[in-house]
Ligand binder design. Structure first.
Ligand SMILES: [Zn+2]
Ligand SMILES: [Zn+2]
Length: 327
């Protein structure tokens, strides 16, 4: 197999020949046919997450075909198309696993962060954490659903069912969740980097009722807001934009420091929460309903060995929607 390997944080990934790997007990080997590029991959490469592993193969929006099956795997077959998400394994016995909150597991394994991921021709996954994808939809169009879509879905659920939804940062996740929210009959208010008219226009094409700069006041009060951007300054701005009793959800794994703000922005039962990871149930719920929602993912593809270019383009905001690596 070949892979783009991060040998040390803050260095470019290197195209590397590796011995083929065999799936262990409860595992499958997946031939990668598409792997999305997520903002979290940038945090991994930049060494911004705690306890970084190196060498590591990033990538956790994997679409692939099963080409080897380990012992004691049930319900999956050779050649089947599966998705491998960020949540790679949980312990099953800690208090969080036992209270159906495995997204908060004390001993998790994360694909592309603490276990090798999908910027590769093949990957090993825990069979119980892979999602059968069926044959509807192209490999490339499905890849961004596996993190941008899934984390976005969880964030949307936690935002509550208010009608006016603000999305701060209109990248891969927001471009999917805007479509989900429209399908649910909500009004979407899209906030981008100030002056980013192109992304604002993109948001409108996806049905946003309004799109503007992140420092603007929207024309209507928001019931909830989801912050996908990694910018802490957005927290007080979003609190300012929501109504009494509204909720601001921070969806990212990493964010710059939140500046201090007057208590009045939180007063009147406004809530500020974060979303961490996903549960398998999130994946099952979202992937079962996604085909009905008519989601069109906007993707830019790169060969896997050009992953560094994809990461640089993501960092610079050079494409709308999501980047996807293909063999
Ligand atoms: Zn656990
Ligand atoms: Zn991700």
């Amino acid at each position: 197999m070949q892979a783009m390997v991060l040998n040390r944080p803050r260095t470019p990934l290197e195209w590397t020949d590796l011995p083929d790997r065999q799936p262990g007990q409860g595992q499958i080997r997946v031939k990668v046919v598409a792997c999305g590029v997520c903002r979290t991959d940038l945090h991994v490469v930049d060494g911004e997450l705690p306890d970084p592993r190196a060498p590591i193969i990033p990538g956790h929006e994997i679409v692939g075909r099963i080409d080897a099956i380990g012992a004691d795997v049930e319900g999956l077959s050779m050649g089947e198309r599966v998705g491998v998400p960020w949540l790679g394994h949980t312990c099953g016995v800690c208090p969080y696993c036992r209270m159906q909150r495995e997204n908060l597991c004390d001993h998790p394994v994360f694909t592309g962060y603490t276990r090798d991921g999908g910027f590769a021709t093949a990957t090993i996954a825990d069979a119980r954490f892979a999602f059968p994808l069926g044959e509807v939809g192209s490999d490339v169009s499905l890849a961004p659903l596996l993190c941008a879509g899934l984390i976005g879905w969880r964030s949307l659920a936690i935002a509550g069912d208010g009608k006016n939804l603000g999305l701060y940062g209109f990248g891969a996740a927001a471009h999917i969740i805007a479509q989900v929210a429209r399908w649910q009959g909500r009004s979407v208010f899209a906030f981008t980097r100030p002056g980013d008219a192109a992304t604002q226009a993109f948001a409108r094409t996806l049905g946003a009722a309004w799109a503007g700069d992140s420092d603007e006041t929207p024309p209507e009060q928001l019931d909830a807001a989801i912050i996908f951007a990694t910018v802490g300054e957005l927290v007080p701005r979003a609190l300012k934009a929501i109504r009494k009793g509204g909720r601001v959800v921070c969806a990212g794994i990493h964010m710059s420091d939140i500046p201090s703000f007057p208590y009045a922005l939180l007063w009147e039962e406004r809530q500020l929460v974060s979303v961490a990871n996903l549960t398998r149930q999130d994946g099952i719920d979202f992937l079962r309903q996604a085909p009905k929602m008519g989601i069109i993912t906007h993707t830019t593809t790169y060969p896997i060995r050009n992953a560094n270019v994809a990461l640089a383009d993501l960092r610079a905001g050079r494409f709308d929607g999501a980047a996807v690596l293909v063999p």
